[in-house]
Design a protein around this ligand. Structure first.
Ligand code: ADP
Ligand code: MG
Length: 286
């Protein structure tokens, strides 16, 4: 039979909006040594707004924005939401074919038989589209557009830190837990967020499979690792970690399904709360 302490722990957690899918995860969280977090949607709000638009010579601004919007309509990524809100109503005369979302990169499609790419610079690299190097210097997230093998321009978008992110990081460090940030976003952006939050370990430019490799690498040190993600592209990493935690509000169904613990209000400060409840429960049970 399950000791009473576990029920108490699960109940206490649920009063904080933290859903444990089993008492074994209370135990596992009690001994966690490292908490690995996704950036977008976990430590930041995951609500991007378009800041600036740069259009390459020979391209028309309205046209490039219409293409971008039409393609992003096919994605649920937070980046796509920003573009949809910025670009207004979609141009229904555009006929996109062979639309494909490439996790960690963006989207590709055919527009009148020509290739349209909307995503990060890695996406343009992957398809051999050369872009203006100056565009690489911004510390904002970039959405680049390639059309018919040419660089059509880019938009910069910015996200905000969650108000309790710094508090969450500080409390983890006080508990002797190493906070680590992983992101598919550019290293320049990731570094800036890590500096602001005082996160000692942060890695950017990671594809979903690179995030999984990072978790395996950390687990090889015999550390118990928890991963916290917002959902989009994160399900494999959540499954690999000792305890997979999902942000429940923005999270994708796949990640919430795979997660062992769900933080229903998306607040990162609930991560140390969950660990503390795990530790307290263990003291009662053992
Ligand atoms: P993260 O949540 O850490 O940003 P993701 O794997 O979700 O990691 O995404 C990695 C990067 O891929 C994003 O930062 C963005 O640059 C790019 N990307 C992913 N999906 C899209 C999309 N629909 N449109 C444009 N860029 C995208
Ligand atoms: Mg993500």
């Amino acid at each position: 039979s399950i000791p009473l302490g576990y029920f108490g722990g699960i109940g206490a957690a649920s009063r904080h909006g933290i859903l444990f899918k089993g008492s074994n995860f209370l135990d596992a969280l009690a001994t966690i040594r490292q908490v690995v977090m996704d950036k977008t949607g976990t430590l930041t709000k995951g609500v991007f707004t378009v800041q600036e638009v740069f259009i390459s010579e020979g391209f028309d601004r309205a046209e490039v924005l219409a293409w971008t919007h039409a393609l992003e309509r096919n994605s649920t990524h937070p980046v796509a939401t920003a573009i949809r809100e910025y670009a207004g109503p979609v141009d229904d005369t555009l006929r996109l074919e062979a639309v494909e979302e490439i996790a960690g990169y963006g989207l590709s499609a055919l527009l009148d038989g020509k290739q349209l790419l909307v995503g990060n610079f890695k996406l343009l690299d992957r398809f051999g589209v050369n872009y203006d190097a100056a565009a690489g210097h911004t510390t904002q997230t970039v959405v680049a557009v390639g059309y018919d093998g040419r660089f059509a321009g880019y938009l910069t978008i910015a996200d905000e830190l969650k108000p309790d992110a710094a508090k969450a990081i500080g409390e983890l460090k006080t508990m002797g837990i190493v906070p680590t940030m992983l992101s598919g976003d550019r290293t320049a952006v990731v570094r800036e967020v890590a500096d602001k939050l005082d996160i000692p370990q942060a890695y950017g430019d990671l594809l979903p499979e690179d995030k999984a490799d990072k978790i395996k690498e950390l687990k090889a040190f015999n550390y118990r690792v928890a991963f916290v993600g917002d959902g989009v592209n994160d399900a494999p990493v959540v499954a690999l970690s000792d305890v997979g935690i999902a942000m429940g509000g923005l999270g994708s169904d796949a990640t919430i399904e795979t997660a062992d613990v769900v933080i229903q209000d998306d607040m990162p400060s609930k991560i140390p709360v969950a660990i503390r409840i795990g530790k307290a429960t263990r003291r009662i049970v053992w």
